[in-house]
Ligand binder design. Structure first.
Ligand code: AVI
Length: 313
């Protein structure tokens, strides 16, 4: 498939996700579409915000417990990282794993994946870096990798963006990929609602810009007519799902054209753009259990806000 064909197929997928999402009674668009170039930049900015604690809390755990986590993975393990991005967190683990044999970053973005593979390969001479171009939210087979113990690494609490069914399917697939080895997963914990809502509606307005960027993207790529100043970012707590939800709320009644179709909004109607599930240990343990894993270890930050769970098959 040529680059142009990949692009066209991707554009079609965006168009059909938006059109079908805006046609539902509760309008919703899958959160993966928040990450165009500008969205990814804004997300990077979010991870540095004071209000957005998960990135800092997880980094604290990885730094403080790197040796223990590495021992849990097993010396010389083949490390697979899901949604690797820049691979910054894996670096901490690679350094602690005395002699990891292989680092296999998995990412859907070929450019990002290539840069990460080159950077990590340059930083750890002797480490065999085997990038895997794949969408980790869908089923795929891991390519041939050297024999030996394997460990899956999934930091960033991205598992919180999957619903229960998706998360169980993902955990099962991960178990297959590591051939019943180990998994190390970053998970944001359920806590005081105010702290959670502030993390998703920060005082500097970066999360609002991140969410509203989706409408700008629809306007640009799908010939949309969203007036950005008439939609407001909102973070809501959904107790039944134990999740912080992001919504874009229409401030007035209007019809909005997208890809040649009209979508009606009443004042107060919203588009649900993301759910970020917050777990309690027992909740996560039950879910992991359904996917055939046993929760073996739990490392937490000093503020008890975030956990890195160690799973074994
Ligand atoms: C990528 N993901 C784990 C982030 C989260 O916390 O759910 C995305 C995010 N959305 C708003 N702020 C951060």
């Amino acid at each position: 498939m040529t680059d142009g064909e990949v692009r066209t197929r991707w554009d079609e997928a965006f168009c059909s996700a938006v059109v079908s999402g805006l046609s539902r009674p509760q309008k919703s668009i899958p959160c993966c579409w928040l990450y165009d170039e500008r969205g990814s930049e804004l997300f990077e900015a979010i991870t540095r915000l004071h209000d957005y604690y998960p990135t800092r809390a997880e980094a604290e755990i990885l730094w403080r417990h790197a040796r223990d986590i590495a021992d849990f993975c097993g010396e010389g393990a083949v490390l697979l990282e899901y949604g690797a991005g820049a691979g910054v967190k894996a670096e901490i683990l690679i350094e602690a794993l005395r002699a990891p044999r292989v680092y296999a970053p998995i990412d859907i973005e070929a450019g990002v994946l290539g840069r990460t593979a080159r950077r990590i390969g340059g930083r750890f001479p002797g480490l065999d870096v085997q990038p895997i171009l794949a969408d980790f939210t869908r089923d795929f087979d891991a390519p041939e990798l050297p024999q030996g113990p394997r460990a899956a690494f999934f930091p960033g609490s991205t598992i919180g963006n999957l619903n229960r069914r998706e998360a169980i399917a993902f955990l099962s697939r991960m178990r297959r990929h590591v051939q019943n080895g180990k998994a190390v997963i970053g998970v944001d914990l359920k806590k005081d609602r105010r702290i959670l809502l502030d993390a998703y509606d920060d005082g500097e307005g970066v999360t609002a810009a991140f969410n509203l960027n989706l409408l700008a993207r629809i306007n640009r790529e799908l010939d949309g007519g969203f007036p950005l100043s008439r939609f407001a970012h909102e973070a809501r707590w959904n107790e039944a799902d134990s999740a912080v939800e992001m919504h874009l709320v229409s401030l007035d009644s209007r019809e909005v054209a997208v890809a040649g179709r009209l979508f009606p909004f009443k004042a107060g109607d919203s588009i649900h753009t993301e759910s970020s599930r917050k777990y309690e240990l027992a909740m996560f343990e039950a879910m992991a259990d359904e996917a055939g894993w046993r929760l073996a270890r739990a490392w937490r930050d000093r503020g008890d806000r975030f956990a890195v769970f160690g799973l074994e098959a």
